[in-house]
Design a binder for this molecule. Sequence first.
Ligand SMILES: Cc1cc2nc3c(=O)[nH]c(=O)nc-3n(C[C@H](O)[C@H](O)[C@H](O)COP(=O)(O)OP(=O)(O)OC[C@H]3O[C@@H](n4cnc5c(N)ncnc54)[C@H](O)[C@@H]3O)c2cc1C
Length: 534
Amino acid sequence: MLTDARSLPSGTRRSADVCVIGAGAAGITLAMELMGSGLSVIVLESGGTDVEPDTQDLAAGDSVGRTLETLDNPVRLDQTRLRYLGGTTNHWAGFCRPLSPIDFEVREGLRRSGWPISHDDLLPYWDRATEWVRITDGDFGLDTWEQRLGLAAPAIGNARVEPFVFQLTYPTLFGLLYRSDLEASVDVEVMLHANVVNLATDDGRAVTAVQARTLEGISFDVTATAFVLATGGIENARILLSSTDADDSGLGNATDQVGRHFAEHLQVYAGFGVAESGAEALAGLAGDEVTIPSGRHAGNRHGAKFALGLTDDHLRDEATTGVEMQLLVGNLDAGRPAEEAGRAGTSEISALLGHRAESPESVVSLQALAEQELDPESRVGLGRATDATGMRRVELDWRYSADDRARVLGGLRTIAEAAGEAGWGRMQLIPGGVHADAIDNLVQGEYITLYSATPSEIDLDNFPIGVGFHHMCTTRMTDDRNEGVVDPDCRMHDVDNLWVAGSSVFSTPGVATPTYTIVALAVRLADHLKSVLL
Ligand SMILES: Cc1cc2nc3c(=O)[nH]c(=O)nc-3n(C[C@H](O)[C@H](O)[C@H](O)COP(=O)(O)OP(=O)(O)OC[C@H]3O[C@@H](n4cnc5c(N)ncnc54)[C@H](O)[C@@H]3O)c2cc1C
């Protein structure tokens, strides 16, 4: 059922077997998995069913480290996540793929790499996650998808570089998609406009109640046998740091790990490519749609497309970080205002690359996503200012290093070289080489505004790096409580009845987009809670 905290009398105490905090991808998946299990569940969600400016303002804060930006457009903290039913899935682009086996291994030379669980441990949960993110299945094999799409993956591959497939789900807004199931449920109650402000505790070893408040000033609390934080990679840390009943440093923070290792995906508009073979060979990069054959979402259509990445062997041998590259296909000349100075079309790109494009469709723009090495000093902290609920606002000190930047470039070069070696065509790397105002058009592949006229003018030490809007690793999963915050079951090392869901528990970011794994981990956590509580 869906209820509204604004109708509760102040001072109300509610109770359930499980209290989930946050109704985004992680919280809704948990609620759906627990539905009908015999456990009563209360989900506390800060927002309503649509965006409300006063609630969204609770996500505002200060960014005191690296600037968060999409290319050269700075973004505010409150623009990086959403506070209403469905959470940030109300904005997500729907790119899904699992992490690779290498992401779970310790890579010598990369700080705090590796997970305490293996890739195989997550395989059954990625399979089940496909039902919730609304994609065909957990088979990401190239042959499978070449067959399903009737399209070829790019013929680029060696020991260092390989094609892979994305399944694209759209529009999969968890709040909209699962709202009627949540409304109809008798054992799951989603309470809207319930802003959690404190995890109450006597001794720091267990949560006694979750304290929540509406923006109208109604205070109430919820007791439960098990509590789950599912408020996203930034707010999970913020709530723990703000819960100071037993310790000024926060709840479960005796080893000072909460909020540390904040990681983002580094997004780079990387340059252009001209394919040797003309448009037909590029069709797999644009992808196509397929129909889900069975299950909860049978008959729904979703997309799939191929892209390029570094192989696990290469990442292992070089102890380096992941880089993936999408080759965005489109007609560069279509819709291009011919007289506008600075616009680049087929002929300009051909001249730039010294390689004549056969047709406008054989020119692609290159967009990369890259992993960063973990840095304990990159962290979510609390500022002095408070929000309308009285909670201290977030102060985010995001850091990445010159080495990260060098690894991104190294990865891009490795991919570009592989394209040349394979006779695919030519790639010209111009990292950050497009203006932010071109993004929309870039995605449609219509026209591109070059940052500067020639690649030599790009400053390789300072090229713009954008964010993926993926907030990871702030409550890392570890065996050792001195290096992270939750154990392999996602239970807080130091708080017996508190679990964490979302990409804050990622031990290492990997380069794959996170939500498919967030959902897989939520399915796994639901199983675990059932085994502990039933
Ligand atoms: C523009 C954009 C594009 C993206 N594209 C992709 C993509 O293609 N692929 C991908 O994998 N990921 C993508 N993402 C990231 C994806 O949206 C997130 O990984 C995902 O939504 C995180 O799920 P979550 O449940 O952990 O957090 P969220 O979805 O953010 O949900 C958290 C919920 O907790 C609630 N909450 C917060 N604080 C409190 C509180 N104090 N009390 C009560 N409730 C609270 C919020 O209101 C929210 O509903 C994208 C994000 C953006 C912004």
